[in-house]
Design a protein around this ligand. Structure first.
Ligand code: FAD
Length: 415
């Protein structure tokens, strides 16, 4: 049986679900198509181990949907330490001097949000909305025929619908895989105190294969320790971006050997840690779609949102924040259309969708370029790159104003 709606959203990840709930507040009939049933989600689906750094703007969007998880699953980041391979450190903290009167800003730099908790809150908000939620991909279910003037593709970076509409995407592999897991302090009294850490290591590979006689190779890796479990927590979500080979080796290590490698890569910063979860891995690529909108037919258009349109290295914790920026831009566009009653412009109007494409490409470009340059600078072993890395750390540290600007930008990113 065919279903007629105003907007069809394909992909029930965080971006697609947030958009569906937001748009259902407008006078629009919205359908969300996801590829797993609610029962599959709860019983057989493997829980995502990741915890995302979420900025203040993204937080306010999720709060407006009542989808912000409780304190134990959202940890405030009060300080961040970024360390280079030569031991230089840049320290960021939220205690910015705002003006001549030395007013202190007590807003956290970001929040580390556990993905399963956020997904559960969004599922709750979805069930309370009037979105028509259609799931497919489980036994016996037929994919309903859906007609909508506008389809929003939120299927992530492996979108089949995006491939079907031939939207060309430039994808460059970083040659790295991100390993995610959780570790906690062995000492029951130790706490993370809301401090996040990130190491940019470009050194001889630590040989994880005991039987190998081969020479150590040069390797670039980024290791992040993100505080989770709330203000009084003692657990870190780890994101460890390494070469494919090192990722495979790390995945096969015993718990003791794994924490030993972690100790070495964090330059002995944390000596006594224990793994408390499984390990999961994601291949990393920089991708960006050339065209973000187009037509299925004269009456039906499509537009991209989130990772279907762009993906970046997780080193900056920006991917989802940029995706939620897309969501908000699309929502505001349709809200203003509703307010000024521009009904002469139908939802499939390509000029309107191109405005959104232009606006988002411009907003995202500086972040994508910045993240990419940082990754390239640290991945390079040329002496000049090494010099720039280390001089750069020193100079950046000395420039208080630049540091404050960087923190502000990261907190408000791309909306
Ligand atoms: C290791 C790692 C750490 C990260 N850390 C951060 C961070 O700290 N902060 C941050 O902002 N970002 C982070 N990111 C980026 C973040 O994961 C992504 O930007 C975000 O998940 C994108 O959301 P999305 O909904 O667009 O896509 P996805 O999360 O990929 O969701 C797409 C959904 O669509 C579904 N789908 C796919 N095809 C179909 C189909 N044909 N029909 C129906 N449904 C379909 C999928 O099953 C999935 O549910 C990180 C990424 C990685 C890999």
């Amino acid at each position: 049986m065919a279903l007629n709606v105003d907007i069809c959203i394909r992909g029930g990840g965080i971006v697609g679900t947030t958009l569906a709930v937001l748009l259902s507040r407008l006078q629009l009939r919205v359908a969300l198509i996801s590829n797993s049933s609610p029962t599959t989600n709860q019983s057989t689906r493997v829980e995502d181990i990741r915890a995302y750094a979420i900025n203040a703007k993204s937080k306010s969007i999720l709060e407006s949907l009542n989808a912000w998880p409780g304190e134990s699953a959202c940890t405030e980041v009060r300080q961040m330490q970024v360390l280079s391979d030569s031991g230089e450190m840049i320290e960021f903290s939220n205690s910015l001097q705002l003006n001549a009167l030395n007013t202190q800003d007590s807003t956290p730099m970001s929040w580390i949000v556990e993905v399963p908790a956020l997904e559960a809150e969004l599922a709750k908000a979805l069930s309370l909305s009037n979105v028509q939620h259609i799931t497919h991909g489980y036994a016996g279910a037929e994919l309903q025929e859906i007609h909508a003037p506008l389809t929003v593709i939120c299927e992530g970076s492996k979108s089949t619908t995006q491939q079907a509409v031939h939207s060309f995407t430039e994808r460059i592999s970083y040659g790295q895989v991100a390993l995610a897991t959780h570790v906690k302090f062995k000492d029951p009294h130790a706490k993370h105190r809301g401090v996040a850490y990130q190491w940019f290591n470009n050194s001889s590979a630590l040989n994880t294969n005991e039987n190998s006689n081969s020479e150590p190779t040069k390797e670039f890796e980024i290791l992040a320790f993100l505080p989770i479990g709330g203000r009084e927590g003692n657990t870190f979500a780890i994101v460890w971006s390494t070469t494919v080979e090192r990722n495979a080796a790390l995945n096969h290590l015993s718990d003791a050997d794994f924490t030993d490698e972690l100790r070495k890569s964090s330059k002995e910063f944390f000596k006594d840690l224990v793994p408390v979860s499984a390990k999961q891995s994601w291949p990393l690529a920089l991708s960006s779609a050339k065209n973000w909108c187009g037509v299925f037919s004269p009456k039906e258009s499509w537009v991209l949102c989130g990772d279907s349109a762009h993906s970046v290295h997780p080193l900056s914790g920006m991917g989802l924040n940029l995706g939620l920026g897309d969501v908000w831009a699309l929502y505001e566009l349709l809200l203003s259309k509703e307010k000024v009653n521009t009904s002469w412009r139908p939802l499939n109007d390509l000029r309107m969708l191109r405005d959104y494409e232009r606006q988002r490409k411009l907003a995202i470009l500086p972040y994508v370029q910045f993240i990419d340059k940082i990754q390239l600078l640290f991945a390079s072993d040329y002496p000049l790159a090494r010099l720039l890395r280390n001089k750069g750390f020193k100079t950046f540290n000395a420039l208080g104003a630049l540091k404050e600007w960087t923190i502000r930008k990261a907190m408000q990113a791309a909306l």
